[in-house]
Design a protein around this ligand. Structure first.
Ligand code: NAD
Length: 318
């Protein structure tokens, strides 16, 4: 049986599927050719990340297809309900990448606090002639310890991030649209654990008291932004904002306005409106540290995702 991993799959996932008799195809078939390819190869399971879209056209026109798997969390690139109505199995790997996304957010928080995202770019070209100038330019860094991190959306990634931030001595406050358990368990390398309570907050309190704000909500059902000009207006001056959730969760015009008028000190973005072609003025803004949607892109997360998807497929066809 043919499995098409159109956005890739880890070698561990391929090995597991092959051991169970599946043939795994890792060719990246362009979106417009997918229906023909699936039908020609008799693909029974289609695996995607965020790039490939699985809409009604594919679901309606590919009778061999029985399983759609999303390596990762958000399934906004798949018509999930429609596929299930048509009898297909649709599954994702919600917990596999939380740790990796949280670690990326930590790197971004450090980066926009010490300007490494800009200094790393300038040093290779100008470091040998303008060392003292650059030293001065990047000398007003801030520490994370003692700062307040507001986490909007306290699900798997929000909680994972809270553990790292608490470890750095940050004061963490969290807001979620649903009530949540605010006790998180820190697990150390030797296996010992400590329970810590995170402060629950409403949105306005979080916005007006946080030095750093990181957003971990899914794309909203109506596509609306959670952070608009109104919310930015309530934030502390010189706030630093991180979005590794989904493009559109922060209104990019409002973000640029807040950066340009000095309300927001810096922002870090892993996700953008209109991926894979984000706005040039967002990418080139000197106060924005950007990464190309790599939150879940670690060897460890991809291994967990591949193995988990392999299990789902094996169960589906056994
Ligand atoms: P999750 O479902 O565990 O948590 C999301 C939380 O957000 C939930 O508790 C939910 O109640 C809350 N929420 C939803 N709308 C809200 C709102 N308007 N205000 C406040 N809270 C709200 O999801 P997760 O695993 O933590 O992932 C969060 C998001 O991160 C995903 O949906 C995905 O879009 C994104 N993500 C990005 C990457 C990446 O590569 N950058 C990787 C994985 C996930």
């Amino acid at each position: 049986m043919n499995v098409l991993a159109n956005d890739g799959i880890s070698q561990s996932g391929i090995d597991k599927l092959q051991k169970s008799g599946f043939n795994v195809i890792t060719t990246n078939v362009p979106q417009e050719n997918l229906i023909d390819y699936i039908n020609k190869e008799g693909v029974v399971a289609l695996l995607v990340r965020s790039a490939t879209k699985v809409r009604k056209d594919i679901i309606d026109n590919c009778p061999t297809l029985k399983f759609i798997g999303r390596g990762g969390v958000g399934m906004d690139n798949i018509d999930v309900e429609y596929a299930r109505e048509k009898g297909l199995t649709v599954s994702n790997t919600p917990a596999a990448s939380s740790q990796s996304v949280a670690e990326l957010v930590m790197t971004q928080m450090f980066s926009i606090s010490r300007f490494t995202f800009n200094a790393n770019k300038e040093m290779p070209n100008n470091g040998h002639t303008e060392f003292k100038k650059l030293k001065k330019k990047y000398s007003k860094g801030v520490e994370l310890r003692g700062k307040t991190l507001g986490i909007i959306g306290f699900g798997r990634i929000g909680q994972s991030l809270a553990k790292y931030a608490i470890g750095c001595g940050m004061n963490v406050i969290a807001y979620d649209k649903f009530d949540f358990n605010n006790t998180i368990t820190l697990t150390f390398a030797n296996g010992s654990t400590v329970d810590v309570a995170v402060e629950k907050s409403d949105l306005n309190n979080l916005l007006s008291n946080s030095d750093f704000i990181s957003i971990h909500v899914p794309m909203q059902e109506d596509g609306s932004a959670v952070i608009t000009e109104k919310e930015i207006g309530l934030m502390k001056d010189n706030v630093r904002i991180i979005n590794a959730a989904r493009g559109g969760v922060i209104n990019e015009n409002a973000l640029l306005k807040g950066l340009n008028n000095g309300k927001i000190a810096y922002a870090a973005l892993d996700v953008f409106d209109n991926e894979p072609a984000p706005r040039a003025d967002v990418l080139s803004n000197e106060k924005i540290a950007s990464t190309p949607h790599i939150g879940a892109a670690t060897v460890e997360a991809q291994d967990r995702i591949g193995l988990e998807l392999a299990d789902h497929i094996i169960n589906c066809f056994s």
